[in-house]
Design a protein around this ligand. Structure first.
Ligand code: GBH
Length: 540
């Protein structure tokens, strides 16, 4: 009793929203869903790994011929990034990649997901030459991974594009970007495709749309009210245009790969989407429909076109002429243009209908615009009547709801006829308030998070889902976009002063998990003290 009330107090203290008193404990707590999960619960050949992205880790902003990315420019405007942080140095991966590959190897991972910095290999886009130093850098990463038996899982575009393309024609807002992206992808296939078996064209088109063109928190920082006050943009239409261009860019790259590279190189090509799982705020039919709509307006927005050839019926129903149209030729091009779906899944939100009832928005936890078509007339929230849907994490609204993993996979399986799935990101951000080094390093919550989400994923697989791999976000703490370095997702922490990588308890847990040592229902504290007996993982 004493323990549980002090726990409530703890939640009260760490909660981002002062009004939120507790989180729903009806089976939603991380510990409640604690379940033994072993590597052997996953199919043979299943790839376990960790993920990063170029801008978030590389640094070396203008080294060896790299040009400015749009992020390099965006972070320099005061107020865009928390604490004025930048990726100028990031984790200095550009100079420390060998050490990072050793870390990946020491944990026993099968694969490593990373992305290619567009301005590092094509500083001027398609109208300029290929930067040999950039190619050498990624060649060395790929070769050194393979030497250690680690599969490179390569994202071509993870949000950093040459600033010149943004200046020239507005980046994703112009159809001209499609051929620039195609050239970028071709450069990657040509230079790396002899050794890369897994390609992702674009990381989270839906998030790019939301961040860059709806809320204005990513470059080029476009938005309009009620979503925000930016100097340019239209939050109701630009996200649709940007995604349209991303889908066509993807499809052109995928066609080129399949026609010209696949026969020799024999890899697979897919795309990555971010999706929350959504649960109806109440049992009301309208809220149930809202939860379905939210999935359609987030996930199916890109996946329906790439699998079936057109936007989801739900979007066609609620959008007017602002929803771009595919020509019949384009429909043929985009249809069936992915071999797998990459899902980045972290959290579950409540969905509330905004068609039949009003969605006035107040309070810091509220995201404006639920009453707009671009959001599917759905207002989403991590709480209901002051009770959080799951335990809070460091990212705002990233409530921990392990069952959401099984649910989002089931949704994808059902809607897309069991297309192969990779969980390309899943991870836990320590709440900012857990700022004592001790809590951050002995990250029991992160271990519980991965165990619970993996157990949930294993249930989906047992029920027939064709899931092929799982990547922890992230290998190490990194530049968390507009939140800077305050939000930490890493299995390894990175000391901001020395840039030393230090294994967290979760890194050691992952290593043991990958060696198929069962966690055997041990309480995490016990698991942790056992680790101490064995000793820390190699201190780099
Ligand atoms: C991934 O994006 C990225 O691929 C990766 O680079 C990033 O570091 C990682 O996740 C962790 O953030 O409706 O206000 O709740 C996830 C991006 C951020 C998209 C939160 C949805 C929800 C905003 N997600 N966002 S809100």
């Amino acid at each position: 009793m004493v323990a549980s009330s002090s726990f409530l107090l703890f939640i009260l203290l760490i909660s981002a929203n002062p009004c939120v008193r507790a989180y729903n404990q009806g089976g939603n707590g991380i510990a409640e869903e604690f379940e033994d999960v072993k590597r052997s619960d996953f199919p043979a050949g299943f790839l376990f790994g960790a993920a990063t992205s170029s801008y978030q880790i590389e640094g070396a902003i203008l080294e060896d011929g790299k040009s400015f990315s749009d992020w390099d420019v965006f972070v320099r405007k005061i107020g865009n990034i928390k604490n004025g942080d930048t990726g100028d140095i990031a984790t200095d991966h550009y100079h420390r990649y060998m050490e990072d590959i050793e870390i990946i190897h020491s944990l026993g991972m099968d694969a490593y997901r990373f992305s290619i910095s567009w301005p590092r290999i094509l500083p001027n886009g398609k109208s300029g030459g290929v930067n040999a130093a950039g190619i050498m850098f990624y060649n060395s990463i790929i070769d050194n991974l393979l030497l250690r038996g680690i599969q490179p899982f390569v994202t071509i575009y993870h949000w950093d594009m040459p600033q010149v393309l943004s200046d020239k024609y507005g980046g994703w807002l112009s159809p001209l970007i499609q051929d620039d992206f195609l050239h970028f992808a071709e450069t990657c296939f040509k230079n790396f495709g002899d050794r890369v078996r897994y390609w992702v064209t674009i990381n989270e088109p839906n998030t790019v749309a939301e961040f860059a063109f709806e809320r204005g928190v990513s470059p080029p920082g476009h938005c309009s009210p009620p979503f925000g006050n930016c100097s340019a943009g239209n939050s109701d239409t630009e996200p649709l245009i940007a995604v349209h261009n991303m889908l066509l860019a993807h499809a052109k790259a995928s066609k080129l790969y399949r026609e010209q590279f696949l026969p020799k190189q024999g890899g697979v090509i897919g795309i990555v989407l971010h999706s929350f799982m959504f649960e109806p705020l109440t049992d009301d039919e309208h809220n149930k429909e809202a939860a379905d709509r939210a999935l359609a307006f987030n996930l199916a927005w890109a996946l329906d076109p790439l699998v079936f050839g057109d936007y989801p019926p739900e979007m066609c129903q609620y959008h007017g002429n602002e929803l771009p149209k595919f020509t019949s030729e384009e429909r043929l091009l985009i249809r069936d243009s992915i071999d797998f779906v990459g899902l980045n899944h972290y959290a579950t939100l409540y969905a509330k209908d905004c068609i039949h009832s009003s969605c006035s928005c107040s309070g810091s936890a509220c995201i404006p615009g639920g009453d707009r078509a671009i959001r599917g007339f759905v207002s989403t929230s991590a709480e209901n009547g002051g009770v959080l849907i799951g335990e809070p994490a460091g990212m705002p609204r990233f409530s921990v709801v392990p069952r959401g993993m099984e649910e989002i996979v089931d949704y994808t399986v059902n809607r897309y006829d069991n297309k192969p799935i990779f969980i390309t990101e899943n991870g836990y951000s320590s709440p900012l308030q857990q700022d004592q080094l001790d809590d951050l390093q002995h990250d029991v919550k992160r271990i519980e998070f991965h165990q619970a989400y993996l157990a949930s994923l294993a249930r989906a697989i047992r029920n027939g889902a064709d899931v092929r791999g799982y990547f922890v976000w992230a290998l190490m703490d990194n530049f968390e976009w507009s939140l800077g370095y305050d939000v930490k997702f890493g299995l390894y922490s990175v000391d901001r002063a020395t840039l030393n990588r230090i294994p967290r308890s979760s890194a050691k847990w992952y290593r043991n998990f990958l060696r198929n040592i069962s966690s055997n229902g041990m309480k995490p504290r016990t698991a942790f003290s056992l680790w101490n007996k064995v000793g820390r993982a190699e201190e780099e």
